[in-house]
Design a protein around this ligand. Structure first.
Ligand code: AHR
Length: 500
């Protein structure tokens, strides 16, 4: 196959937003306990946080972290997690049929976020709770002092307010599995009143209202219309969640998952704009794609315990990712970047152990999954403006999405340094692509680096024993001459070309 990309500095979609590279820490399985927090680990600091995981989090380039859930938040009493650790109750977590000893709560998470150098994104419980409890948590976090909850924070040793800016108004309230699941009308009213009250306490907040849990939800579209009609003036972002997996061996459809993400973003943006027009609103609502990833939901380890078994930090959702999964993750980031005009934040779900790029053994080793690499390289190298690229590519037929171009790509241009970076995937399962990038708008660029992640066996997975024998390696076919960049992209591959 041959494919062409044409780049021009005038075709700017919008800035690369650092919040696109967010992630997610939920009280679920081993994400918190034995994930970020493992006091007996040799690298643990005085707060019990694993140093190796902090290092990997920084290397991943994560910018924001959503907390504490997820489905967990819809049954969470945040007050259980503050004050002396020895006095905190153990609670049943109904979402994941587990027990939570509350060793980590808001104050511990904020200490971890500070060490990891990430912006927190806090979620409030609108499942079993409502306006008052959300206000109490906001007061605890953001009010300097002189009130009951802010003084409780100071008594707990945190003098300065956290001033957390991003807040999620519940989680996946459209899902029948959600504790306290609501209709769009019920949720829309509750979210509007919670948002209005939270802004009375802190007008500077950025609020995220729940959109759909996937584009397959029967209420997709109508949910957004009703919820945004109720909340439009009170919120800034609507959330989107999407998980993808290879089903029944249909690799071609799986590799084309970004087609669904494109459709998701464009449908939600269109719905938000329709509500804007009908309500004669001025501002625009943006999208917080605050859960996205590959997740093999039908595998046994995705099923929570049952009966009288309520374990602390069970093994749950510990997907092992292969090379094809990493190519899809890289492609989903391409989709998020090309929609940077509407997607203002995103969170790879999740960060550690639970459908995660970082894996740990309790008290032992940690390693990078295959999906770690496209995320880290995109977070590191995407800079400046996102460019709209013209793609000419052959297409292959997929069972789920019809004909899909085998090449998908996005580019960024940093006007400060002049650097151009191309992120590209070859979604063909069989055929290499000769990529030809027309750089006529950028005369004189030279190749700084080209890296490709692929493997003859796309089912290769990283393990604690071998996490390094497959990873992004220099693509020696890449060349730049006469204002054109060329590279051969193997089937099922993700690549980054850096030009400067
Ligand atoms: O990320 C795992 C789960 O997926 C989250 O708890 C929930 O919000 C979603 O359904």
């Amino acid at each position: 196959y041959s494919a062409t990309l044409t780049l021009d500095p005038a075709f700017v979609v919008g800035p690369v937003r650092r919040r696109t590279f967010g992630s997610f820490v939920e009280h679920l399985g081993r994400c918190v306990y034995t994930g970020i927090h493992d006091p007996d680990h040799p690298t643990a600091d005085a707060d019990g946080f694993r140093g190796d995981v902090l290092d990997l989090t920084r290397e991943l380039g994560v910018t924001t972290v959503r907390y504490p859930g997820g489905n967990f938040v819809s049954g969470y009493r945040w007050e259980d997690g503050v004050g002396p650790v020895g006095e905190r109750p153990t609670r049943l977590d109904l979402a994941w049929h587990s027990s939570d000893p509350n060793l980590v709560g808001v104050d511990e998470f904020m200490r971890w976020a500070d060490k990891a150098d990430v912006e927190p994104m806090m979620a409030v419980n609108l499942g079993t709770r409502g306006v008052q409890e959300a206000l109490d948590l906001l007061e605890y976090c953001n009010v300097p002092g002189g009130s009951a909850w802010s003084d409780r924070r100071r008594a707990n040793g945190v003098e300065e307010p956290y001033r957390i800016k991003m807040w999620c108004l519940g989680n996946e309230m459209d899902g029948p599995w959600q504790i306290g699941h609501k209709t769009a009308h019920e949720y829309g009213r509750l979210a509007a009143e919670t948002a209005r009250a939270m802004r009375l306490m802190d007008p500077g907040l950025e609020l995220v209202v729940c959109g759909s849990s996937s584009s397959d939800m029967p209420t997709f579209g109508e949910w957004e219309r009703v919820v945004l009609t109720e909340t439009y003036e009170h919120v800034d972002h609507v959330s989107a969640h999407a998980y993808y997996w290879e089903e029944d061996g249909d690799l071609a459809s799986f590799l084309a998952s970004a087609v669904d993400m494109d459709h998701f973003v464009e449908s939600v943006a269109a719905t938000a704009d329709a509500v804007r027009a009908a309500g004669k609103h001025e501002k625009r609502i943006h999208i917080s794609f605050d859960e996205w990833n590959v997740w093999y939901q039908k595998r046994a380890e995705s099923r929570p315990p049952s009966g009288d078994d309520w374990p602390v930090a069970p093994v749950l959702l510990e997907d092992r990712y292969n090379v094809a999964d990493a190519v899809v993750v890289g492609n989903l980031l391409i989709s998020l970047l090309r929609h940077t005009d509407r997607v203002h934040a995103a969170s790879l779900a999740q960060l550690v152990n639970v459908i995660a790029p970082i894996m740990t053994e309790p008290g032992g080793r940690s390693w990078r999954q295959t999906t770690f690499h496209p995320f880290a390289l995109t977070a590191r190298h995407a800079a400046g403006d996102v460019l709209r690229v013209a793609v000419e590519s052959p297409a292959e037929e997929t069972a789920r999405f019809g004909d899909v171009p085998v090449l998908d790509a996005v580019a960024t241009h940093d006007p400060g340094t002049g650097d151009v970076v191309v992120f590209a995937v070859n979604r063909s399962t069989t055929t290499p692509v000769d990529l030809d990038v027309d750089l006529r708008g950028f005369p004189g660029l030279r190749l700084l680096d080209a890296r490709t992640l692929s493997n003859p066996d796309h089912t290769w997975q990283a393990t604690a024993d071998d996490a390094t024998s497959v990873g992004p390696v220099p693509n020696t076919s890449a060349k730049v001459a006469d204002d054109r960049a060329r590279a051969e992209l193997p089937p099922v591959s993700w690549s980054v070309l850096r030009l400067g």
